[in-house]
Design a protein around this ligand. Structure first.
Ligand code: HEM
Length: 486
């Protein structure tokens, strides 16, 4: 008998969801916080297209807690250091993830770590944690450097590369190999283009919110289901192979296959598939966006690139970075650039929740069964916490400056019992890819390139990131500065 399942969703029908949400709103036992609560398609569209300005304006007007009606439902937003700490740490038990307004992700991810709560979530997390301890993460560096080295061979001076697409493919290969011992060049993986299928499945969440309600032939929903089915095939084939051969390794899949509760119940194939799909998604999508946004900013900051390359030469002397060097923060400039990138563009930009009981925050009441979100993206752009928030300034994360940040101010990996389980892995991967890319070539943006950001549901460059490839010596060297030798 399998380990217990998470509670079923109230409904999977998008139309019935609307009805049930409206019923929950009518049953509110205390008032919602003030805000823009009338029905407005224009506001909904604005939020879907470009949420950051709307959230910052609302913060200015209403303070750290406010309500916006988005499509049919009232959504409470809580922004800023105290709000983040309240939602993720001190009062995390007031909230659940499962019935949040991101619940439509369950049709793709299933019931994995990201989409479950309570006891089921706690037990799954405990089962998987050993795979994310720092010693295990350190051991993945060889996969990371090998895969990155191989992928760099396709980046040749004089050509243009879509760095976003390139990184997605690479990050997915690393996740498949390092987390699941899955051979990205094996027969099963060769049959499907997993990176393209993820792009297709996740593309559903970037389509117009009205089209997402439709079901049936030719709809975005059907396209997502098709991609999901092909990805499922890849995952189930590996689960079957491992069960058949008894092969085990140091990877997460091995832990899941052998996990059992106190009574000896093990996980079913569907439960394992859901955890694997969740980790594959979370394990490559966020790092892909981070690398892309980092190189977008570096293309505008040649003086920062100059410092990073000088540091690399001093520390690595042309060799590959070791896990110890990268995890101990020996490349200090890179650390600051990574932290500033995750401040300005936290890929998992929103923490969607639903309140399980009514509560009060800073004098405002919030009913039970209400949508409540924290938002790292907006919280990282509050000028009283991060002056000139739209400027890219890695020095904000020097040791001295960081020490002055209030608790809860900087939350790119969330917090509390739902803190990103893959944080160390993700950081090591971004540092490895960035270091090796910097050593390999220079990357510049076409003058006409305008960054547009989409939410899919993580933030990423909407039209990819086309970059000109130059030789390493010309790496964004500032005018009148001595070029740094490669
Ligand atoms: C730069 C890289 C990454 C960033 C910025 C990031 C960010 C986040 C954030 C903010 C959360 C919490 C969301 C919430 O509160 O609702 C989260 C959760 C999670 N992340 Fe990451 N993540 C990254 C990389 C990874 C990697 C590499 C993996 C897997 C190998 C991963 C797996 C997960 C999982 C499974 C959860 C759910 C944890 C739970 O609820 O217990 N993430 N991540």
């Amino acid at each position: 008998m399998p380990i217990t399942s998470p509670p079923p969703l109230r409904t999977m029908s998008p139309w019935l969801t609307v009805v049930k949400d409206l019923q929950a709103e009518r049953a509110a036992e205390v008032p919602f916080p003030p805000g823009e609560t009338s029905f407005s398609l224009a506001r909904t569209k604005r939020f879907a297209d470009d949420p950051l300005p709307l959230l910052l304006e609302s913060y200015e007007r209403y303070g750290p807690i406010f309500t916006l009606r988005l499509f049919h439902g009232q959504v409470v937003f809580m922004l800023g250091p105290e709000a983040n700490h309240y939602m993720t740490v001190s009062h995390a038990s007031n909230f659940e993830w499962r019935e949040s307004h991101f619940r439509e992700m369950i049709s793709f991810l299933g019931d994995g770590l990201l989409t479950t709560d309570g006891d089921y979530h706690r037990r799954s997390r405990q089962a998987m944690l050993p795979a994310f301890h720092s010693e295990r993460v350190k051991a993945t560096i060889d996969t990371m450097t090998e895969e990155t080295g191989q992928a760099l061979q396709s980046i040749k001076p004089g050509t243009t590369v879509d760095l976003y697409k390139w990184t997605r493919k690479l990050a997915l290969r690393i996740a498949m190999k390092a987390l699941f011992g899955l051979d990205p060049d094996g027969a099963e993986a060769q049959r499907v283009d997993a990176a393209a299928l993820f792009e297709q499945a996740l593309g559903f969440y970037a389509t117009d919110f009205r089209l997402r309600l439709l079901r049936g032939p030719g709809t975005p929903w059907q396209r997502q289901q098709r991609a999901t089915k092909l990805l499922n095939g890849l995952i189930y084939a590996e689960i079957n192979r491992r069960r058949r051969t008894g092969e085990r390794g140091m990877d997460v899949l091995s832990l899941l296959l052998d996990a059992s509760d106190d009574e000896g119940h093990t996980l079913s194939d569907v439960q394992i598939r859901d955890e694997v799909m969740t980790l594959l998604f979370a394990g490559h999508d966020t790092t892909t966006s981070t690398v892309a946004f980092m190189f977008y900013e570096l293309a505008h900051h040649p003086e920062v690139v100059q410092r990073m390359r000088r540091e690399q030469q001093q520390t690595l002397a042309g060799g590959l970075p070791t896990a110890e060097q990268l995890m101990r923060g020996e490349l200090g400039e890179l650390e600051m650039v990574l932290e500033e990138t995750l401040r300005k563009y936290p890929p998992a930009w929103i923490g969607p929740r639903r309140s399980v009981r009514a509560f009060e925050f800073q004098g405002k009441t919030v009913p039970g069964d209400a949508f409540v979100d924290y938002c790292s993206w907006a919280s990282h752009h509050l000028p009283d916490v991060f002056p000139q928030p739209f400027a890219f300034r890695p020095e904000r994360f020097s040791a001295e400056a960081k020490a002055t940040l209030p608790k809860g101010a900087y939350v790119p990996f969330g917090g509390g019992s739902r803190t990103c389980i893959g944080m160390r892995f993700g950081q090591l991967e971004v540092r490895t890819i960035a270091t090796m890319l910097l050593g390999h070539c220079s990357l510049e943006l076409p003058a006409s390139f305008q960054l547009k950001v989409r939410q899919m549901p993580t933030i990423s460059p909407k039209e990819g990131l086309p970059m000109y490839v130059g030789s390493p010596a010309s790496l964004n060297a500032p005018r009148n500065a001595d070029p740094v030798a490669a």
